[in-house]
Write a protein that binds this ligand. Structure first.
Ligand SMILES: [Zn+2]
Length: 309
Protein backbone atom coordinates (compact mmCIF):
# COMPACT_ATOMS: atom_id res chain seq x y z
CA UNK A 1 0.00 0.00 0.00
CA UNK A 2 1.30 3.47 -0.79
CA UNK A 3 1.57 6.18 1.85
CA UNK A 4 -1.25 8.13 0.14
CA UNK A 5 -3.54 5.10 0.18
CA UNK A 6 -2.93 4.73 3.92
CA UNK A 7 -4.46 8.10 4.78
CA UNK A 8 -7.04 8.21 2.00
CA UNK A 9 -9.73 8.29 4.70
CA UNK A 10 -8.17 11.28 6.45
CA UNK A 11 -5.04 12.13 8.43
CA UNK A 12 -3.65 9.35 10.62
CA UNK A 13 -2.77 9.49 14.31
CA UNK A 14 0.68 8.00 14.91
CA UNK A 15 2.37 7.11 18.20
CA UNK A 16 4.45 8.87 20.87
CA UNK A 17 7.93 8.54 22.36
CA UNK A 18 9.49 5.13 22.95
CA UNK A 19 12.68 5.89 24.90
CA UNK A 20 10.95 7.39 27.92
CA UNK A 21 8.35 4.60 27.89
CA UNK A 22 11.08 1.95 27.95
CA UNK A 23 12.86 3.86 30.72
CA UNK A 24 9.63 3.73 32.72
CA UNK A 25 9.85 -0.05 32.34
CA UNK A 26 13.42 -0.23 33.62
CA UNK A 27 15.70 0.72 30.71
CA UNK A 28 18.76 2.40 32.26
CA UNK A 29 20.09 5.74 30.94
CA UNK A 30 22.86 4.90 28.46
CA UNK A 31 21.62 1.33 27.94
CA UNK A 32 20.92 0.23 24.34
CA UNK A 33 17.13 0.51 23.94
CA UNK A 34 17.16 -1.44 20.67
CA UNK A 35 18.90 -4.38 22.37
CA UNK A 36 15.74 -4.85 24.44
CA UNK A 37 14.04 -6.31 21.33
CA UNK A 38 16.07 -9.44 22.17
CA UNK A 39 16.68 -9.17 25.91
CA UNK A 40 13.35 -7.76 27.12
CA UNK A 41 10.76 -8.22 24.35
CA UNK A 42 7.86 -8.09 26.84
CA UNK A 43 8.63 -4.45 27.64
CA UNK A 44 8.91 -3.50 23.96
CA UNK A 45 5.65 -5.28 23.16
CA UNK A 46 4.00 -3.45 26.08
CA UNK A 47 5.02 -0.02 24.73
CA UNK A 48 3.68 -0.86 21.26
CA UNK A 49 0.48 -2.21 22.83
CA UNK A 50 0.01 0.91 24.97
CA UNK A 51 0.08 3.10 21.86
CA UNK A 52 -2.25 0.82 19.91
CA UNK A 53 -4.73 0.96 22.81
CA UNK A 54 -4.39 4.75 23.03
CA UNK A 55 -5.56 5.07 19.42
CA UNK A 56 -2.37 5.17 17.33
CA UNK A 57 -3.09 4.15 13.75
CA UNK A 58 0.65 3.96 13.04
CA UNK A 59 3.10 2.20 15.37
CA UNK A 60 6.84 2.69 15.04
CA UNK A 61 9.44 0.04 15.87
CA UNK A 62 12.12 0.05 18.56
CA UNK A 63 14.90 0.21 15.99
CA UNK A 64 15.92 3.90 15.92
CA UNK A 65 19.57 3.13 16.74
CA UNK A 66 19.71 -0.35 15.21
CA UNK A 67 22.06 0.33 12.31
CA UNK A 68 25.32 -1.64 12.56
CA UNK A 69 27.24 1.65 12.96
CA UNK A 70 25.10 2.71 15.93
CA UNK A 71 24.89 -0.77 17.49
CA UNK A 72 28.71 -1.10 17.33
CA UNK A 73 28.86 1.45 20.15
CA UNK A 74 27.15 -1.14 22.37
CA UNK A 75 29.05 -4.17 21.03
CA UNK A 76 25.84 -5.33 19.33
CA UNK A 77 26.66 -4.85 15.62
CA UNK A 78 26.60 -8.62 15.04
CA UNK A 79 23.01 -8.75 16.28
CA UNK A 80 21.80 -6.12 13.76
CA UNK A 81 19.56 -8.45 11.74
CA UNK A 82 17.85 -10.04 14.76
CA UNK A 83 17.34 -6.72 16.59
CA UNK A 84 15.63 -5.21 13.52
CA UNK A 85 13.45 -8.16 12.56
CA UNK A 86 12.33 -8.60 16.19
CA UNK A 87 11.55 -4.88 16.37
CA UNK A 88 9.13 -5.17 13.45
CA UNK A 89 7.63 -8.40 14.79
CA UNK A 90 6.95 -6.93 18.26
CA UNK A 91 5.21 -3.83 16.88
CA UNK A 92 3.24 -5.95 14.40
CA UNK A 93 1.93 -8.13 17.23
CA UNK A 94 0.40 -5.03 18.80
CA UNK A 95 -0.71 -3.54 15.47
CA UNK A 96 -2.71 -6.53 14.23
CA UNK A 97 -5.11 -6.21 17.16
CA UNK A 98 -6.24 -2.74 16.00
CA UNK A 99 -5.35 -2.78 12.30
CA UNK A 100 -2.62 -0.16 12.79
CA UNK A 101 0.25 0.25 10.33
CA UNK A 102 3.84 -0.54 11.32
CA UNK A 103 6.49 1.97 10.20
CA UNK A 104 10.03 0.82 10.90
CA UNK A 105 12.21 3.49 12.48
CA UNK A 106 15.73 4.28 11.25
CA UNK A 107 17.73 7.05 12.93
CA UNK A 108 20.90 8.83 11.80
CA UNK A 109 24.25 7.10 12.27
CA UNK A 110 25.42 9.54 14.92
CA UNK A 111 28.63 9.99 12.90
CA UNK A 112 29.59 12.84 10.58
CA UNK A 113 31.08 12.57 7.12
CA UNK A 114 32.35 16.16 7.17
CA UNK A 115 34.91 15.39 9.88
CA UNK A 116 36.02 12.14 8.25
CA UNK A 117 34.54 10.13 11.12
CA UNK A 118 32.71 7.94 8.63
CA UNK A 119 32.89 7.54 4.84
CA UNK A 120 29.98 7.69 2.43
CA UNK A 121 30.48 4.01 1.63
CA UNK A 122 30.40 3.03 5.33
CA UNK A 123 27.15 4.97 5.77
CA UNK A 124 25.62 3.42 2.67
CA UNK A 125 26.55 -0.07 3.85
CA UNK A 126 25.25 0.51 7.39
CA UNK A 127 21.86 1.87 6.26
CA UNK A 128 21.53 -0.92 3.67
CA UNK A 129 22.10 -3.65 6.24
CA UNK A 130 19.50 -2.16 8.60
CA UNK A 131 16.89 -1.39 5.92
CA UNK A 132 17.20 -4.86 4.38
CA UNK A 133 16.81 -6.51 7.80
CA UNK A 134 13.74 -4.37 8.56
CA UNK A 135 12.24 -5.04 5.12
CA UNK A 136 12.63 -8.81 5.57
CA UNK A 137 10.16 -8.57 8.48
CA UNK A 138 7.64 -6.72 6.26
CA UNK A 139 6.77 -3.41 7.91
CA UNK A 140 4.29 -1.21 5.99
CA UNK A 141 6.87 1.56 5.46
CA UNK A 142 10.29 2.75 6.54
CA UNK A 143 10.62 5.97 8.54
CA UNK A 144 13.98 7.75 8.48
CA UNK A 145 13.61 10.11 11.44
CA UNK A 146 15.42 12.88 13.34
CA UNK A 147 17.81 13.49 10.44
CA UNK A 148 19.82 16.72 10.25
CA UNK A 149 22.25 16.31 7.38
CA UNK A 150 20.82 16.28 3.83
CA UNK A 151 23.62 14.13 2.43
CA UNK A 152 23.21 11.46 5.10
CA UNK A 153 19.44 11.57 4.54
CA UNK A 154 19.96 11.05 0.79
CA UNK A 155 22.22 8.03 1.45
CA UNK A 156 19.74 6.52 3.93
CA UNK A 157 16.81 7.18 1.55
CA UNK A 158 18.57 5.43 -1.31
CA UNK A 159 19.19 2.37 0.93
CA UNK A 160 15.57 2.44 2.10
CA UNK A 161 14.08 2.80 -1.40
CA UNK A 162 16.18 -0.16 -2.62
CA UNK A 163 13.97 -2.40 -0.43
CA UNK A 164 10.88 -1.37 -2.41
CA UNK A 165 9.07 -0.11 0.73
CA UNK A 166 7.43 3.33 0.90
CA UNK A 167 9.78 5.65 2.77
CA UNK A 168 9.23 8.80 4.84
CA UNK A 169 12.13 11.11 5.71
CA UNK A 170 11.69 13.30 8.79
CA UNK A 171 14.08 16.02 10.01
CA UNK A 172 14.67 17.60 13.41
CA UNK A 173 14.56 21.43 13.26
CA UNK A 174 15.83 23.18 16.36
CA UNK A 175 18.97 25.12 15.37
CA UNK A 176 19.34 28.80 14.48
CA UNK A 177 17.76 31.82 16.12
CA UNK A 178 14.29 30.82 14.95
CA UNK A 179 14.79 27.10 15.84
CA UNK A 180 13.77 26.34 12.24
CA UNK A 181 16.95 24.72 10.93
CA UNK A 182 18.57 21.34 11.37
CA UNK A 183 21.99 21.06 12.98
CA UNK A 184 23.46 21.35 9.46
CA UNK A 185 21.48 24.53 8.73
CA UNK A 186 18.83 22.92 6.50
CA UNK A 187 15.47 24.73 6.32
CA UNK A 188 12.06 22.97 6.11
CA UNK A 189 11.76 24.08 2.47
CA UNK A 190 15.22 22.75 1.53
CA UNK A 191 14.53 19.43 3.26
CA UNK A 192 11.16 18.98 1.54
CA UNK A 193 12.43 19.85 -1.94
CA UNK A 194 15.60 17.74 -1.64
CA UNK A 195 13.74 14.67 -0.40
CA UNK A 196 11.03 14.95 -3.06
CA UNK A 197 13.76 15.11 -5.71
CA UNK A 198 15.48 12.10 -4.14
CA UNK A 199 12.30 10.00 -4.35
CA UNK A 200 10.87 10.09 -0.81
CA UNK A 201 7.20 9.08 -0.49
CA UNK A 202 6.63 11.60 2.33
CA UNK A 203 8.62 14.14 4.31
CA UNK A 204 8.23 15.67 7.73
CA UNK A 205 9.55 17.01 10.99
CA UNK A 206 10.00 15.38 14.36
CA UNK A 207 11.65 16.16 17.67
CA UNK A 208 13.59 19.35 18.45
CA UNK A 209 10.66 21.68 19.06
CA UNK A 210 7.44 21.85 21.00
CA UNK A 211 4.19 21.48 19.07
CA UNK A 212 3.56 25.26 19.08
CA UNK A 213 6.37 25.61 16.48
CA UNK A 214 5.19 22.76 14.28
CA UNK A 215 2.28 24.41 12.44
CA UNK A 216 4.70 26.93 10.96
CA UNK A 217 7.23 24.24 9.95
CA UNK A 218 4.39 22.18 8.48
CA UNK A 219 3.01 25.15 6.50
CA UNK A 220 6.48 25.85 5.08
CA UNK A 221 6.94 22.23 4.00
CA UNK A 222 3.40 22.19 2.54
CA UNK A 223 4.25 25.22 0.41
CA UNK A 224 7.41 23.52 -0.88
CA UNK A 225 6.10 20.05 -1.76
CA UNK A 226 2.95 18.08 -2.57
CA UNK A 227 4.29 15.01 -0.72
CA UNK A 228 2.38 13.74 2.35
CA UNK A 229 3.61 15.34 5.59
CA UNK A 230 4.63 13.53 8.80
CA UNK A 231 4.64 15.65 12.01
CA UNK A 232 5.78 14.55 15.49
CA UNK A 233 6.54 17.29 18.00
CA UNK A 234 8.15 17.03 21.42
CA UNK A 235 6.22 17.72 24.64
CA UNK A 236 7.86 21.16 24.72
CA UNK A 237 11.51 22.17 24.67
CA UNK A 238 13.29 20.04 27.30
CA UNK A 239 14.40 21.68 30.54
CA UNK A 240 17.08 20.36 32.86
CA UNK A 241 16.09 20.08 36.52
CA UNK A 242 18.23 18.31 39.12
CA UNK A 243 20.17 16.48 36.43
CA UNK A 244 17.10 15.09 34.66
CA UNK A 245 15.41 16.21 31.47
CA UNK A 246 11.82 17.41 31.87
CA UNK A 247 9.18 18.14 29.26
CA UNK A 248 6.51 20.50 30.55
CA UNK A 249 3.73 20.44 27.92
CA UNK A 250 0.65 18.56 29.18
CA UNK A 251 -1.34 16.17 26.96
CA UNK A 252 -4.24 18.67 26.75
CA UNK A 253 -1.96 21.59 25.84
CA UNK A 254 -0.34 19.41 23.21
CA UNK A 255 -3.64 18.34 21.70
CA UNK A 256 -4.92 21.92 21.61
CA UNK A 257 -2.50 22.48 18.67
CA UNK A 258 -3.86 19.58 16.63
CA UNK A 259 -6.38 21.63 14.60
CA UNK A 260 -3.68 24.14 13.58
CA UNK A 261 -1.35 21.34 12.53
CA UNK A 262 -4.01 19.63 10.42
CA UNK A 263 -5.00 22.97 8.87
CA UNK A 264 -1.33 23.50 7.98
CA UNK A 265 -1.45 20.30 5.92
CA UNK A 266 -0.23 17.50 8.22
CA UNK A 267 -1.21 13.99 7.09
CA UNK A 268 0.24 12.13 10.09
CA UNK A 269 0.38 13.57 13.63
CA UNK A 270 1.96 12.01 16.70
CA UNK A 271 4.43 12.91 19.42
CA UNK A 272 8.18 12.67 19.90
CA UNK A 273 10.32 13.05 23.05
CA UNK A 274 8.40 13.51 26.29
CA UNK A 275 5.05 12.32 24.88
CA UNK A 276 3.25 9.21 26.13
CA UNK A 277 0.05 7.23 25.51
CA UNK A 278 -1.80 9.99 27.42
CA UNK A 279 -0.76 12.45 24.68
CA UNK A 280 -2.04 10.09 21.99
CA UNK A 281 -5.35 9.69 23.87
CA UNK A 282 -5.65 13.50 24.10
CA UNK A 283 -5.05 13.79 20.33
CA UNK A 284 -7.54 10.99 19.62
CA UNK A 285 -10.20 12.82 21.63
CA UNK A 286 -9.77 15.93 19.47
CA UNK A 287 -9.35 14.10 16.17
CA UNK A 288 -11.85 15.61 13.68
CA UNK A 289 -15.13 13.67 13.65
CA UNK A 290 -15.54 13.82 9.90
CA UNK A 291 -12.25 12.07 9.21
CA UNK A 292 -13.08 9.36 11.77
CA UNK A 293 -16.42 8.77 10.07
CA UNK A 294 -14.84 8.72 6.63
CA UNK A 295 -12.20 6.28 7.81
CA UNK A 296 -14.80 3.95 9.34
CA UNK A 297 -16.72 3.99 6.09
CA UNK A 298 -13.55 3.15 4.20
CA UNK A 299 -12.60 0.34 6.59
CA UNK A 300 -16.03 -1.25 6.30
CA UNK A 301 -15.63 -1.26 2.54
CA UNK A 302 -18.79 0.79 2.00
CA UNK A 303 -18.65 3.31 -0.79
CA UNK A 304 -21.23 6.02 -1.36
CA UNK A 305 -19.70 7.75 -4.32
CA UNK A 306 -22.22 8.16 -7.19
CA UNK A 307 -20.25 5.85 -9.49
CA UNK A 308 -20.61 2.97 -7.01
CA UNK A 309 -24.34 3.26 -6.38
ZN1 LIG B 1 12.36 13.24 19.92
Amino acid sequence: MTIREMFAGGPLLSDGAWGTQLQARGLAIGECADGWNLSNPEAVRAVAGSYAEAGSRVLLTNTFRASPLALAGFGLAERTAAINTEGVRLSREAAVRTGAFVFASVGPSGKTMATGEVTEEELRRSFSVQCEALASAQPDALLLETFGDLEEARIALSAAKATGLPTIVSFAFFAGGMRDRTTSGVTPEQAAIAMEEAGADAVGANCGNGIESFADICRRMRAATTLPLWMKANAGIPEMANGTVRYLTTPDDFASHLAALLAAGADFVGGCCGTSPDFIRALAKRWPETTLAERKKQESGACESPSCL
